[in-house]
Ligand binder design. Structure first.
Ligand code: ADP
Ligand code: 5SP
Length: 464
């Protein structure tokens, strides 16, 4: 049996799956936590990966390894390959002003959408580089190479220590803001606009089955992918499928055959991990909204779901606007969350639980509309990520989204997508693994829930 490994180095944790390259059967798995926060020493990802690999029984017997990872994070390396500073992550909003400035300096949102398929907000690597140049000039001066979290982990697995060995893939390159999914080329002019110089080592952008080399133990390395593109691969998303991922981020995306270029900035025009495109909407607030609601109520996730499902649809008018970490879509980096419609009648644990689930889902439903506005057809929604394990999310989502929701069995679909890629690289053929055990949830649409949310979502206070 040929074994392959897939890794998901996401915001909150690292997961490793080992699968049979022929059948896709799960053989072993492991996980480890990442530190909390919006910046992180990359070494912490490496340590978590080692722990997860050990928990998965080691990788000495695998033929190929691919890494999926949280998108956009800025990893700066000096000439010796050492990390210059903690990586700024996708959910770090300190570069919000840099994003505003860069959009204006290039001539506005249309110019960015045309150049790289996306209008940068604070999440994008290009804005973090501008922030670094302005706020930490010494660190900027020491920076010789810039890469993304998955690129860095793949490079560490390769073990050469040589900056010229850095590699990435189309999906993650498309989240930098200085690589064009349409031309497949870096835009070093945009790097220079942001950072003041363009003589930086950037990872080589590999195709879907390209390999940057082998580990010292001999396993073939795959190009890896951004975590959303890896999830699309993991669930075998086909045209007409929209994937909604409820992890630390909330994402709504589909596989497309043409690149997107939305100058409203709502839909990011990413590339996918199969040679196509991945138009995507991302919110900063998803599973952690449920975590926060459970903490506020002093209950676990199972009880939060039970409470939410015991309240009526629309929570009798109680609306939770979920901007707990600021927000990216809509672009409100300094916003805070809010609760509207409190009465004596809605001041119950059940109403709050339901409002938290509905508020989080309404923000994602806005993303679904935006994707439709870019031409996506939505025949079904495939729900993944940690938050998809919540019974209330599964049952309420179809009424908020207005379409059936399909939920695969609880699993690690980013790591699975990376494992599929590893099998592709090892065998030269994209694997035809099947995904069994899908459960379909259907419910009548309740448009009043979204209408009430739309009234409330502008009514927020800025962060103090
Ligand atoms: N049964 C559940 N109900 C609600 N949320 C859950 C449940 N299980 C896990 N989560 C939440 O899902 C999140 C982790 O999901 P995951 O997709 O792994 O995130 P990420 O990929 O961003 O690290 C955590 O915030 C966790 O609390
Ligand atoms: O920034 C984005 C997508 O553009 C996020 O989706 C990150 O890629 C983090 O993903 P999770 O850790 O939430 O899966």
């Amino acid at each position: 049996m040929t074994l392959v490994a897939g890794i998901d180095s996401s915001t909150q944790s690292c997961k490793v799956v080992v699968r049979d390259a022929d059948t896709g059967a799960l053989v072993r798995q492991g996980r480890a936590s990442h530190p909390d926060g919006t910046s992180c020493p990359p070494e912490a990802w490496w340590q978590a990966l080692q722990t997860a690999i050990t928990a998965a029984g080691g990788l000495d017997d695998v033929a190929a390894i691919s890494v999926g990872g949280q998108q956009h994070g800025m990893v700066c390396l000096d000439a010796s390959g050492a990390v210059v500073r903690d990586a700024l992550l996708w959910n770090d909003t300190r570069s919000a002003q840099a994003a505003t400035d860069l959009v204006a300096e290039l001539g506005g949102p249309r110019a960015w959408a045309d150049a790289v398929g996306s209008v940068p907000v604070a999440s994008f690597t290009v804005t973090k580089l501008r922030w670094l140049a302005q706020h930490e000039p010494d660190n900027a001066a020491r920076t010789e190479a810039v890469c993304l979290p998955h690129d860095w982990l793949t490079w560490r697995l390769g073990g050469t220590g040589d900056l010229s060995a850095l590699a990435t893939d189309r999906s993650d390159a498309s989240g930098t803001g200085y690589w064009s999914p349409t031309t497949g080329e870096y835009r070093r002019d945009l790097l220079k606009l942001a950072f003041g110089r363009d003589a930086l080592v950037l990872p080589t952008v590999l195709g879907p089955d390209g390999s940057p080399g082998r580990t010292p133990g001999g396993a073939l390395l795959g190009p890896g992918a951004g975590d959303n593109a890896a999830a699309a691969l993991g669930v075998g998303a086909r045209p007409g499928d929209v994937v909604v991922s409820i992890g630390t981020s909330g994402t709504v995306f589909s596989v497309a055959t043409t690149p997107a270029a939305d100058d409203t900035g709502t839909v990011a025009g990413f590339a996918d991990a199969t040679g196509h495109y991945l138009p995507l909407v991302c919110t900063l607030n998803a599973a952690r909204v449920l975590d926060a609601a459970a903490t506020m109520l002093g209950v676990d996730h199972a009880e939060l779901s039970r409470l939410a499902l015991s309240a009526p649809a629309g929570s009798d008018g109680l609306v939770l606007v979920p901007y707990l970490e600021g927000e990216r879509t809509p672009n409100k980096p300094d916003a805070t969350g809010s609760l509207h419609g409190l009465t004596l009648g809605t001041s119950t644990a059940a109403h709050l639980a339901r409002a938290a689930v509905e508020g989080m889902l309404c923000a994602l439903a806005d993303g679904l509309d935006a994707l439709r506005g870019q031409g996506a057809t939505v025949s079904r929604v495939v729900l993944v990520g940690g938050g998809a394990r919540a019974e209330a999310v599964r049952r309420i989502a179809p009424s908020v989204f207005g379409c059936p929701v399909v939920v695969p069995p609880p699993g690690e679909y980013v790591a699975d997508g990376a494992a599929r890629q590893a099998a592709w690289v090892a065998t030269g053929t994209a694997p035809a693994w099947t995904l069994d055990g899908l459960e379909t949830f259907e419910a009548d649409a309740v448009p009043a829930v979204r209408a009430r949310y739309a009234e409330a979502r502008e009514l927020t206070l800025p962060r103090v």
